[in-house]
Design a protein around this ligand. Structure first.
Ligand code: SF4
Length: 323
């Protein structure tokens, strides 16, 4: 069953340099209990996509078009009040920087209780019991004591685990995780990811996991959508994306991962930079960086087609137009 359907979502912002097309015609859906990864370099539109789903992009001033359906409810038509009730209850989000996501003036317990009381109408005692139970579930040692401590008394890894606890405490249908382990040390990253996977399985939450790290995608996701310059350029099952990548951008991302055989050699990389969102190239937006670019790529945008279960938008595939 689909819990979320995003249809032709466009999120544009006016700026002195022109229209910023941060998200430019993105469609995808999220199934019950699955982990979907959105992958791409910084500035490709991943975060703006999920902030719009969360109702955190103000329109106006932003220009938002398209549909976002949560269990058939059209979210773009929600009032502020309807969004406020749903956010944190039905759809939760975990941010990249655990330290800046907490208020330094309140204890961790006070902040957790606030979430429970807002969304679940529990009394103080019942809310505290639930919070401590959640702290134990995310493996916070001495949970009762930690409950009364302030964010600055915790490590980054602990805060990120508490953030996961806060996001799941209302048992939401959808959890959006925006680079949740990027700010952590590698060893702590692995612990947090394992915990995240275990909790996701137990709670059967549907997850949109944003990352630029394909190693994490391989660990955690079932399906992957690769974004470039405000669009999805390839979508596939995780195994297929790694074994048979189709889009030259996906191939570039996979090749530029650090591998043992690169020791002592230059690391492959995708040349050039992500184009400015006020000034996307015509045709295929990747053509200025693509090693396989053809004449048609400069003028005509490729449509998405399906090959062996993978959907890809590239003139190298399908019949017809090029050559
Ligand atoms: Fe490269 Fe052309 Fe495919 Fe774009 S459409 S990725 S430029 S080959």
């Amino acid at each position: 069953m689909k819990v979320l359907e995003v249809e032709d979502l466009k999120v544009h912002f006016r700026s002195p340099d022109g229209l910023v097309k941060a998200v430019d015609g993105v469609s995808f859906d999220l199934n019950d209990s699955e982990i979907l990864a959105l992958v791409g370099e910084s500035g490709c539109g991943k975060t703006v996509t999920v902030l719009t789903i969360m109702g955190l992009v103000k329109s106006p001033p932003a220009i938002v078009e398209g549909k976002i359906l949560y269990k058939s409810n059209e979210l773009t038509k929600f009032s502020k009040e309807e969004y406020r009730k749903m956010r944190g209850r039905k759809i939760s989000m975990i941010f990249q920087e655990p330290m800046s996501s907490f208020d330094p003036l309140y204890t961790v317990g006070e902040q957790m209780i606030e979430v429970v009381k807002t969304h679940l109408q529990y009394d103080e005692k019942k809310a505290k019991e639930l919070c401590i139970e959640m702290l134990k579930k995310v493996q916070i040692p001495l949970a009762e004591k930690r409950f009364d401590e302030y964010p600055h008394q915790m490590s980054g890894g602990m805060l990120q685990r508490i953030m996961i606890a806060m996001a799941l405490i209302t048992n939401p249908d959808i959890l959006i995780a925006d680079e949740p382990t990027t700010a952590l040390d590698v060893t702590i990253q692995a612990q947090v990811l394992n915990l995240f996977k275990e909790l996701q399985r137990n709670y059967k939450t549907s997850v949109i996991f944003i990352t630029h790290d394909l190693g994490i995608v391989a660990e955690i996701a079932e399906r992957v959508h690769v974004m470039y310059a405000g669009k999805i350029v390839e979508r596939a099952e995780v195994g297929k994306l790694f074994s048979q990548p189709k889009h030259p951008y996906t191939k570039g991302l996979l090749e530029s991962r650090v591998k043992r055989e690169y020791k002592g050699k230059f690391l492959p990389y995708i040349s050039g930079n992500v184009p400015r969102p006020t000034d996307f190239p015509s045709g295929c937006r990747f053509h200025t960086r693509c090693p396989r670019a053809m004449e048609i790529c400069k003028s005509k945008e490729p449509k998405e087609i399906e090959i062996d279960g993978t959907k890809v938008a590239c003139w190298l595939y399908g019949e017809g137009e090029p050559e």
